[in-house]
Design a protein around this ligand. Structure first.
Ligand code: ADP
Ligand code: MG
Length: 554
């Protein structure tokens, strides 16, 4: 912002506006960003604690998931929001590692502040951080172990590590197994021999009944719906399936039309006319050779009867997501207008009804779609379970696609820190100091893992560093025993993909904050929220106080 303003006519600020420049601006921004980062630290790792978030409408979320916490926190400060964006990018790109990414960006800013105090220019720090992030990423590839879709045991450990500390953990053995099966089911080999994971062919369905241990992997699409009519057949092999996203009834405009009846025959005529229209619908469907209709909207009672008479199975008010999933699995098109569809729009597959569970399973003839059915006693339980399973699915998919995994429990961070220090030795400028600060920041992870497990973080770090000096590149902290051990062997396994992404987004966010040297706010800096457009957006580097939602969290 400051650069754009240079050389321009003097800006006359309103009486209420405030301006902060250079160090004041930096330290203000750094404090805001650090505050956010520090708020999620206590949840890191298997021994991390959960947070209970209460929204303004009273909805309660209990979670250990970094991005969920930050999303729900109602943060009202533009700089702090940049840190929240780190979590969101991490979640979108990698599915896991949000708490790590956010914590590291906070630590980078803390260490950057020390450098700024030693009169090192922000642009030098920014350059050093960039260099370090790039070097760290290339070292990750060097430290990583290779994995393929056939390495079930390692993939299961990747899933289990991602679920650690989350609601999914109590059943991580079963869930890890289901997740690996699911990913295996939707993995295809590309022409060049690499593995492609088609997550569109994988769906998660939740049921707030039973316990997590009753979760299962269903081959095909799971529809928790009943047939619309009890006389309908429910099971088909190689069925011709029609997917519809509009209602099978007379359009509302017609049905609501005012009808003035002069003599009873007119009413009779009207009813007959409607009936005829409905009959035509059913005829069109039957003539096309349809066996099953899955409709996203309503189906008229009379149509239900007529379909039943024709021996056609129909389901109404199916979920949009299920209709879309079936489109992929059955290789069908979704039909909106019965006057405009052909046999080519139909899908084909097997349809089976499970009367005990009251759901349908639909399997495509040529596809490999699977549904992960997660169960838990209450909505809160299944929701947190789903978050954990989702993270785990993403990382297992990334591990298969990418083929690279790492030793967790702080092992990779300590190894990278040591390699970055070697790298810094070869850099002559002041950037060297920033690279060293980057290395120190990575070591936050083992320190926090130790602290959250009630262990001494300094002792842990000292021990870890010396193990790595001895060439033990997978030495990490086992938080359950407090021992330093080969965490890869112990089954604490992370993906190279998530770790690379975490380092990049942490460095980018820190640099974004450091680039700001001028804050101009249309209001009081210490109290104004970010809600006024213009003072807000991260790009503008505007300011606001910490919003009310934050206060209680810190
Ligand atoms: P994130 O949102 O960053 O994924 P988590 O709360 O999932 O945060 O914690 C991830 C960290 O916990 C990683 O550094 C991972 O290696 C570590 N971790 C997971 N399981 C273990 C374990 N059994 N022992 C030690 N560290 C573990
Ligand atoms: Mg995690």
């Amino acid at each position: 912002m400051s650069q754009r303003m240079q050389g321009q006519p003097m800006v006359i600020l309103g009486e209420d506006s405030q301006r902060m420049q250079d160090k004041d601006a930096q330290s203000h921004n750094i404090s805001a960003a650090r505050a956010v980062a520090e708020s999620v630290r206590s949840t890191l790792g298997p021994k991390g604690m959960d947070k209970m978030l209460v929204s303004s409408t009273g909805d309660v979320t209990v979670t250990n998931d970094g991005v969920t916490i930050l999303r729900e926190m109602d943060i009202d400060n533009p700089t702090a929001e940049m840190i929240v964006e780190v979590a969101e990018t991490q979640e979108d790109e990698a599915g896991d590692g949000t708490t790590s990414a956010v914590s590291i960006s906070g630590e980078l800013l803390k260490n950057a502040e020390d450098l700024l105090e030693q009169d090192i220019h922000p642009s030098t720090v920014i350059k050093g951080f960039d260099m370090a992030a790039k070097e760290a990423r290339s070292q990750i590839d060097d430290v990583a172990e290779e994995v393929s879709v056939d390495d079930r045991e390692v993939l299961k450990q990747v899933a289990e590590t991602a679920m650690t500390g989350k609601g999914a953990e109590q059943n991580k053995d079963l869930l890890g197994e289901l997740i690996v099966d699911a990913v295996e089911n939707v993995t295809v080999e590309a022409e060049d021999g690499s593995s492609v994971v088609d997550l569109e062919f994988l769906d998660i369905t939740t049921e707030a009944s039973g316990t997590a241990a009753d979760s299962e992997l269903v081959e095909g699409v799971l529809l928790t719906e009943d047939p619309v009519h009890e006389d309908m057949p429910t099971d088909f092999e190689d069925a011709e399936v029609l997917l519809m996203d509009t209602a099978l009834e007379i359009e509302e405009a017609n049905a609501d039309a005012q009808l003035s009846v002069d003599d009873p025959s007119q009413l009779q005529q009207f009813v007959e006319q409607e009936e005829q229209q409905l009959e035509e619908m059913v005829e069109t469907i039957a003539d096309a050779g349809v066996d099953v209709v899955f409709c996203q909207k309503n189906i008229d009672d009379m149509v239900q009867h007529m379909l039943a008479k024709e021996g056609i199975l129909a389901v109404k008010r199916a979920k949009k997501s299920d209709i879309e999933f079936m489109r992929e699995v059955l290789d069908a098109n979704i039909v909106s207008d019965l006057d405009n569809f052909s046999g080519a729009d139909l899908g084909s597959g097997d349809v089976t009804y499970d009367a005990d569970n009251e759901w349908f399973v639909v399997e495509g003839d040529n596809s490999h779609g699977v549904t992960l059915l997660l169960r838990g006693s209450t909505d809160h339980v299944v929701d947190e379970l789903e978050r954990g399973v989702n993270d785990a699915l993403d990382v297992v998919a990334a591990a298969v696609a990418d083929g690279l995994v790492l030793a967790g429990g702080g092992a990779v961070e300590v190894e990278l820190a040591s390699r970055l220090r070697d790298y810094a030795d070869g850099i002559s400028g002041r950037e060297q100091l920033a690279i060293e600060a980057f290395a120190d920041s990575l070591e936050l992870i083992p320190r926090v893992l130790a602290a959250n497990a009630g262990l001494d973080s300094i002792d842990t770090l000292v021990e870890l560093r010396s193990a790595h000096e001895d060439g033990d590149q997978n030495a990490g902290l086992n938080v359950f025993t407090g021992d330093i051990e080969d965490t890869y062997e112990a089954g604490v396994v992370e993906t190279a993909h998530a770790k690379s992404q975490a380092l990049s987004s942490a460095a980018e966010a820190a640099n974004l904050v450091l680039k700001i040297d001028d804050i101009i706010a249309a209001g009081d800096l210490s109290t104004s929220g970010g809600d006024e457009e213009g003072a807000g957006g991260p790009g503008a580097g505007g300011m606001g106080g910490m919003g009310g939602g934050m206060g209680g969290m810190m």
